[in-house]
Design a protein around this ligand. Structure first.
Ligand code: 13P
Length: 249
């Protein structure tokens, strides 16, 4: 059985005042029946980890460097994120692929570093609108998976997030059939590459304009094990509705 996961990606949002949202979230969900993860900006990670210690809320990073340490000004290693209290790291988000030119091989190297540190890698894949309209979605996702996912992946250290780029922050969501088609495809590819046991144990998240109002129907789609949520994870009241929906699947 795959444990459900509600993951929040705060992106470049939040200063000290935002930490109170974590208190509210933990208070509303004292013992959640699903995994709950918040990935705040790196500046808040350590305090977020201290603040959520002993609650059902875990914290994670949004990116890391592939090396454990060294002369890389401005970067943060997986070891450092772990030391700050992270249990997981989002990698290969489309905003990093776009803003920082991250390629599949960069994501794979970072994922190896995250797994080496004993953390979970949440590897993001997803097509652009042009790619979907050209009926290239599955080819794109397949290529991103082959290039970005390390050979050492297991159900414990890998989570795959399907985030169609055109659905991120736009209020547009694929149809349930479209989500199901991609998630079934990702599952089948994982089973082919890693064998049925590992392939079936990796959790698959959907991300892109998930809100309390559409979460339940998305969570009903086959091979959707939870969500990676941007905007609606910033406020405890919104994210709480998504956790509720996941708990009642
Ligand atoms: P939104 O939920 O704001 O569309 O963002 C999704 C996302 O990019 C999560 O990583």
């Amino acid at each position: 059985m795959r444990r459900k996961l509600a993951a929040g990606n705060w992106k470049m949002n939040g200063t000290s005042a935002a930490l109170s949202e974590l208190d509210a979230l933990a208070a509303k969900h004292p013992s959640p029946s699903v995994d709950v993860l918040i990935c705040p900006p790196a500046t808040l990670l350590h305090r977020a980890a201290e603040r959520t210690q002993g609650t059902g809320v875990a914290v994670g990073g949004q990116d890391c460097h592939a090396a454990p340490s060294g002369a890389h000004t401005g970067d943060t290693s997986a070891e450092m994120l772990k030391d700050a209290g992270a249990t997981a790291v989002i990698l290969g988000h489309s905003e990093r692929r776009e803003d920082h030119g991250e390629q599949n091989e960069d994501v794979r190297a970072k994922a190896n570093a995250v797994m080496e540190a004993g953390l979970q890698a949440i590897i993001c894949v997803g097509e652009s609108l042009e790619q979907r309209e050209a009926a290239n979605t599955l080819d794109i996702i397949g290529g991103q998976m082959s290039g970005s996912i390390p050979d050492r992946s297991t159900g414990e250290n890998l989570i795959v997030a399907y985030e169609p780029i055109w659905a991120i922050g736009t209020g547009k969501v694929p149809t349930l059939d479209e989500i199901g088609e991609v998630h079934d495809f990702i599952r089948a590819r994982l089973e082919r590459r890693f064998g049925e046991g590992v392939g079936r144990s990796v959790r698959l998240l959907y991300g892109g304009s998930v809100k309390p109002s559409n979460a339940a129907e998305i969570f009903g789609v086959s091979n959707v094990d939870g969500a990676l949520v941007g905007g609606a994870s910033l406020k405890a009241a919104d994210f709480s509705g998504i956790i509720d929906a996941l708990e009642s699947v």
